[in-house]
Design a protein around this ligand. Structure first.
Ligand code: GDP
Ligand code: MG
Length: 507
């Protein structure tokens, strides 16, 4: 998401390489790159203008400290280009924030009303939020208040069944405000602690729609009135948000389909134009693709600096903290086998598509597109054909063992040898890193939020610092991987596997 803007900032950074000071003259091209990318990403013109004006003013007005101390107390040099990017990061964060992603509750009930035009993803978000509040220990009830679109009720029922959340629906001919009121009464009497109203959309904003929403609000007073917009709407999302905000007191915006649009400019402009903060992002069709919106995380991702806090949060959901700490301790001593690698890989897969995971790792945003999920499957199958002994002591794997393993998993001997040698290299690196003081220093200063981050969460991960991620998972962008010429047969096999995985994910 927002690749367009990221590319703009990257060009700007390139232009400032080697520049000795930030002056009108030296930053003019960089500002132009940023401006073009913002407009191309469909960011509102006024927002773009005022953002650039602030960046310019600060760039020219601030004295740059060229030597600062990092967290570890080492002196590091800051270039004017880096200072420029830091200003951009702060201003982007300012533009989009501050946001409190927590959901309000009243009288012990988290109540959420979703509003928005047709097809933007309200029903999908309703299910995603149900999953989200469930993770927080709540017991949600979904309410089907879209009675106009054929099959809308069934759609919600199907989603509800898939996540094990009950769906309340009305009687034949019952109107939405009455359905919502009955659902609210039911939620209270049956001990639900969250209620999510999925309302009807329209193709355009009209008075009937607004009146209906106002009636629902008057009846059940939802503590969270969220407007859903999709990123594909571009600049229109901002106009729609303004129009809704005139009639309903919105508590937040949910921006969906960020996975489907490289521009996503609405994410940057909604808050500035409407005063309503974005609270959640939808990044895919499945119910797990929901992110709490953190402006600082998105800002640093836009600037290609990763989003460590977001990554750690993802990890907290899938990782057993104690186990992760023990694993990390072993890994950082360079004492781990291919079994551990397998375990790590499976954990990473739980986080979502590799490309999304890497996009959040500092400095790795750019290679995100090159990592390849099918590579994981390949590595997994190779490890699975090894004996337990071989897994814990890969040094054992000589030519004849490699031949046997290759046969077992339908790979070539050089595939196996390549994996083993990459693994040994990685293990050595981990060991060295452990001696240097572990992951925090390995990740470097590019991650401002790392200082206090709960390492139990992140520790289960293979430390990425200094390691080319493509080394284990991509194979292509890396100098560390042996280049072998791909035979046509192997290529097509890979493609088949990729498709198979894609299908599996869709299910
Ligand atoms: N790619 C992508 N598709 C989404 C996302 N959210 C919803 N959709 C799809 O958008 C379409 C409309 O979604 P729906 O929830 O029915 O929208 P509604 O009319 O506002 O209730 C469906 O095909 C969804 O699968 C998202 O974050 N990413
Ligand atoms: Mg719907």
């Amino acid at each position: 998401m927002l690749e367009t803007v990221t590319a703009g900032f990257k060009n700007a950074t390139e232009r400032l390489r080697g520049v000795r000071e930030l002056s009108e003259e030296s930053i003019v091209d960089a500002l132009r790159d940023v401006r073009m990318s913002l407009l191309e990403a469909d960011v509102d013109l006024n927002v773009t203008r005022s953002f650039l004006a602030r960046v310019k003013e600060r760039s020219l007005g601030e004295k740059i400290q060229t030597r600062v101390r990092d967290r570890a107390g080492h002196k590091i040099r800051v270039t004017p280009g880096q200072h420029f990017i830091k200003i951009c990061e702060e201003e982007l964060t300012e533009l989009m924030g501050p946001v409190d992603p927590s959901l309000a509750s009243s009288a012990g009930m988290v109540s959420i009303m979703l509003a928005g035009l047709q097809g933007v993803g309200k029903t999908t978000i309703a299910a995603k939020l149900a999953v989200h509040v469930k993770k927080q220990g709540k017991k949600p009830l979904l309410v089907a208040a879209d009675i106009y679109r054929p099959a809308a009720v069934d759609q919600l029922k199907t989603l509800g069944a898939s996540i094990d959340v009950p769906v309340h629906h009305g009687e034949e001919g019952e109107l939405p405000p009455s359905i919502c009121a009955a659902a609210f009464a039911r939620a209270k009497s049956e001990g639900f602690s969250a209620i999510i109203y999925d309302t009807a959309g329209r193709l355009a904003i009209d008075d009937d729609l607004m009146t209906e929403l106002e009636d629902i609000v008057a009846g059940v007073a939802p503590a969270n009135k969220l407007l859903v917009c999709d990123a594909l709407m571009g600049r229109d999302a901002v106009n729609v948000a303004s129009a809704f905000a005139e009639r309903i007191e919105l508590d937040g915006v949910v921006l969906t389909k960020l996975d489907g649009d490289a521009r996503g400019g609405a994410a940057l402009a909604v808050k500035a134009v409407t005063g309503v903060p974005i609270k959640f992002l939808g990044t895919g069709e499945t119910v797990d693709r929901l992110e709490e919106f953190r402006p600082e995380g998105l800002a640093s991702r836009i600037l290609g600096m990763g989003d460590i806090v977001g990554l750690v949060k993802d990890f907290e959901e899938v990782v057993d903290e104690k186990e992760a700490e023990e694993d990390a301790a072993r890994i950082l001593k360079g004492r781990f086998g291919l079994d551990d690698l397998l375990k790590q890989m499976r954990m990473i897969q739980k986080l979502g598509p590799l490309k999304d995971v890497f996009a959040k790792i500092p400095m790795f945003g750019e290679v995100a597109d090159k990592v390849d999920d099918s590579e994981l499957v390949k590595v997994e199958s190779m490890i699975q054909s090894m004996t337990r002994n071989e897994r814990s002591n890969p040094k054992l794997i000589n030519k004849s063992r490699a031949t046997r393993i290759a046969k077992g998993c339908g790979r070539t001997v050089s595939d196996i040898e390549g994996l083993v040698s990459r693994f040994m290299q990685m293990r050595k690196m981990m060991g060295a890193m452990g001696k240097q003081g572990g992951m925090l220093s390995a990740l470097g200063g590019g991650a401002p939020a790392m200082g206090g981050a709960p390492m139990g969460g992140g520790a289960g991960m293979m430390p990425p610092g200094g390691m080319d991620p493509a080394m284990m998972f991509g194979g292509r962008s890396s100098g560390a991987t042996k280049k072998h010429t791909d035979s046509k047969a192997r290529k097509s096999k890979r493609k088949q596997q990729r498709n198979a995985r894609k299908k599996k994910r869709k299910k």
